[in-house]
Design a protein around this ligand. Structure first.
Ligand code: PMP
Length: 284
C-alpha cells in the first residue's frame, strides 16, 4: 500500500529522503504511532495533539492542519488490508543546504511521512503467562516528554531486553523506575496503582492517559502518580506496561524475579477487560 510522503501518495520504495535530511543527519525530528482497532483509530485527537506538542517543543512549524492529518490517516486505514493497524507519522526539520547544527535560516519545508503497517499480535505464551522485563539504567536526556526520533538509549535498552529473553526494559533513573523503553509503567503496591507523573523524565503515553481517565471515572482503584522506587517495584503485587501497540501488557517477571506470585493478577485482568470495553466504545 502507498505511503504519504511530502504531500504525495507513493509506493514505499519511492519515498526517499535526501542524505542531507536533518532527520538522517541529526535525528532532528519527531514521530507518532496511532493504533487502529477493527478499522477505527483510538485516541486520534490525543495523538495529533501530542504531535503538535512535540513539534512545538523543537520549533518545527506544524506542516499540516488537523483535518489534513485526519484525512491522511483515514486513507491509510482504508487502504490497509489488516483491521488492526499501527499508523506511523514522522516529521523532520527537512533538508538543509548544508550540515549545520543550528536550524536552517530561512526555514526549509519539513519532511513528512505517514505509513501504515499491520499491528503485531502478542504471542500465545505472553497472553497466557505475562511478559518478562529487565531493569536497566535510563541513559536518556532530560526531555523525554518530546517524542523525538532520537531513540538510541531506548533501542539499546530494548535490545538488552530481547537479548535477555524479555519483552521490555524498565528504565531506572536515580533509583526510580520511570517507564519502559517504549511504554509507561504501572505497579500495584499495597492495593494502589502507582505510575510516574508527567514531566520531562517520561513520555506522556496516550494509553496511560486513557487508562487514568477511565480509572478516574470509575473511582474505585486508588491511583498514585509518583515515581516508583526500584525496591518498591519488587514489592509490587502486579506490574504492567502500557503502549499504543501492546495495550496493557502484564509483566510477571522482572530481572528473573517473579512479580507477586508470578502470574497475571486480578487488577490487570479487571483493568484490561474494562479498557478493552472502553476501546470499543470510544473508538472514533
Ligand atoms: N514511553 C515511551 C518512551 C514510549 O516510546 C512509548 C510508546 N511510544 C510510550 C511511553 C507509550 O506511549 P503511547 O501509549 O502513546 O503509545
Amino acid at each position: 500500500t502507498q505511503v504519504y510522503f511530502n504531500g504525495r501518495w507513493v509506493a514505499p520504495e519511492q519515498a526517499q529522503v535526501s542524505v542531507f535530511d536533518r532527520g538522517f543527519l541529526f535525528g532532528d525530528g519527531v514521530y507518532e504511532v496511532i493504533p487502529v482497532f477493527a478499522g477505527r483509530s483510538f485516541g486520534l485527537m490525543e495523538h495529533i495533539d501530542r504531535l503538535g506538542r512535540s513539534l512545538a517543543a523543537i520549533d518545527i512549524r506544524e506542516p499540516l492542519e488537523r483535518h489534513e492529518w485526519i484525512a491522511i490517516i483515514e486513507r491509510l486505514v482504508r487502504d490497509c488490508p489488516s483491521p488492526d493497524v499501527s499508523i506511523y507519522i514522522q516529521v523532520t526539520r527537512g533538508t538543509a543546504p548544508k550540515r549545520d547544527h543550528a536550524y536552517p535560516n530561512p526555514p526549509v519545508a519539513a519532511t513528512v511521512l505517514a505509513s501504515a503497517s499491520p499491528m503485531a499480535a502478542l504471542s500465545e505464551t505472553i497472553r497466557r503467562e505475562g511478559a518478562r522485563a529487565i531493569t536497566v539504567p535510563d541513559l536518556r536526556w532530560a526531555r523525554c516528554d518530546i517524542k523525538s526520533v532520537n531513540l538510541l538509549p531506548n533501542i539499546m535498552a530494548r535490545q538488552q531486553a530481547v537479548a535477555a529473553g524479555a519483552s521490555e526494559a524498565i528504565l531506572v533513573r536515580d533509583g526510580m523506575a520511570l517507564e519502559g523503553a517504549a511504554s509507561n509503567l504501572f505497579a500495584v503496591i499495597d492495593g494502589a496503582l502507582h505510575t510516574a507523573p508527567l514531566g520531562p523524565h517520561i513520555l506522556g503515553g496516550i494509553t496511560r492517559q486513557k487508562l487514568l481517565e477511565m480509572l478516574r471515572a470509575q473511582g474505585q482503584l486508588a491511583v498514585v502518580e509518583s515515581a516508583i522506587p526500584l525496591d518498591r517495584l519488587f514489592d509490587a503485587s502486579e506490574v504492567f506496561v502500557t503502549s499504543s501497540t501492546r495495550d496493557l501488557l502484564p509483566i510477571t517477571r522482572i530481572d528473573e524475579r517473579p512479580v507477586g506470585d508470578g502470574r497475571i493478577g486480578p487488577v490487570w485482568t479487571t483493568l484490561n477487560r474494562d479498557f478493552q470495553q472502553m476501546k470499543t466504545e470510544q473508538v472514533v
